[in-house]
Design a protein around this ligand. Structure first.
Ligand SMILES: Cc1cc2nc3c(=O)[nH]c(=O)nc-3n(C[C@H](O)[C@H](O)[C@H](O)COP(=O)(O)OP(=O)(O)OC[C@H]3O[C@@H](n4cnc5c(N)ncnc54)[C@H](O)[C@@H]3O)c2cc1C
Length: 317
């Protein structure tokens, strides 16, 4: 059995950021992820200046491909609104791998299934023993399932379903578009160009609203991709997209049970207006590390609940 101070379940932005800060405090940490990195993660990969600030990295020092947007093209009920801002797009396959690499800690490819308490410690799958356990395994995190399902039940109305696809294309536009409530979608659709000819298209919205209307997200995907073809933003209908679900910010119930902590999507922290989850995952990882190092209670109060203020006033954050 391997014994460490901390086991982090999940090596996404929440887990790798926790690991990065714990490493700086000289703690003995093991990251477990079911997937080998670099790994694909369904995500538009839009990040904010605040994310770079929290990661203590300048835009020009990021080693992967990054596009900077000075304008986001919002479209609301047929009205186009160019919004001056400063935002970025990255590819998650590169970004997450870089974050985990930078943490400089051992990462074990291992799917966590079983967790139990043993006195003051936790035993993970009979293989790893730790004093602190961090659940950063995304929406289906086993740490959430074992310790927090009863303590922090997820609100159905906060569940987002989404579909997206990232592919290389020879389209030359570098404009980022966001269409809100198009075709009655209870959410928005996006068109996010990335570096080196990559493009991410997708849409997401309230699962509960779609269910109430008897609609399936695939119907919206069909309408969306057809409209991109008509606008000449796509040259051919793309192949099958991937689908995923996650939860918007939920306040209140606990994110800590003694020495078990939640971070990122495992806690359900994406912003209430735009479903931005990378920033909250990173900030919750920093706060989880602080809790472990300083033995202070974990609170996510300081993490923004909305993205729009950061889009409209990026220099303020
Ligand atoms: C389609 C889509 C588009 C999005 N677009 C954006 C965007 O543009 N900008 C933005 O800010 N947010 C976006 N989000 C949200 C964002 O992707 C998430 O909030 C963010 O990835 C959360 O990070 P995390 O580290 O908590 O979880 P993840 O990135 O999901 O990482 C969790 C890790 O845990 C691992 N894991 C899971 N189960 C186990 C297990 N049992 N054992 C071991 N390891 C396990 C997984 O392999 C994974 O690597 C989007 C989400 C979706 C679905």
């Amino acid at each position: 059995m391997i014994s460490t101070d901390v086991v982090i379940v999940g090596g996404g932005p929440a887990g790798s950021t926790t690991a990065w800060k714990l490493r700086q405090a000289d703690l003995d940490v093991m990251v477990l992820d079911k997937t080998a990195f670099p790994r694909l993660k369904l995500c538009a990969g839009w990040i904010t200046p605040r994310v770079l600030k929290k990661l203590e990295i300048a835009e020009e020092d990021y080693p992967g491909g990054m596009v900077r947007f000075r304008t986001l093209h919002f479209h609301v009920y047929g009205v186009s609104i160019p919004v001056l801002t400063r935002q970025f797009s990255i590819r998650r396959i590169e970004f997450d791998n870089w974050l985990l690499d930078r943490a400089g800690l051992p990462v074990r490819q291992h799917q966590v299934r079983h967790i139990e308490r043993e006195g003051d410690n936790f035993i993970v799958d009979g293989l790893f023993r730790c004093r602190w356990l961090v659940g950063a395994g995304g929406t289906n995190c086993p740490v959430y399932r074992v310790f927090f399902k009863g303590l922090r039940p997820r609100e159905k109305r906060k569940q987002i379903v989404s579909m997206e696809l990232e592919f290389q294309t020879d389209l030359l536009t570098e404009k980022c578009h966001l269409w809100f409530f198009r075709h009655g979608l209870p959410g928005y659709a996006w068109y996010v160009p990335k570096k080196n000819g990559w493009l991410n298209i997708g849409l997401g919205g309230s699962h509960q609203s779609m269910k109430a209307k008897g609609q399936d997200i695939r119907e919206y995907w069909q309408l969306f991709t057809e409209s991109l073809m008509k606008k000449k933003l796509l040259t051919a209908l793309p192949p099958e997209p991937g689908a995923c679900s996650y939860y918007l910010r939920q306040d209140g119930p606990t994110v800590q049970d003694g020495r078990v902590l939640l971070a990122g999507d495992a806690a359900g922290l994406a912003t209430l207006d735009m479903g931005e989850g990378i920033g909250p995952a990173i900030e919750s990882g920093l706060l989880a590390a602080e809790t472990i190092v300083q033995d202070v209670p974990l609170s996510f109060e300081s993490i923004p609940r909305y993205s729009l203020p950061g889009i409209l006033f990026p220099w303020k954050r």
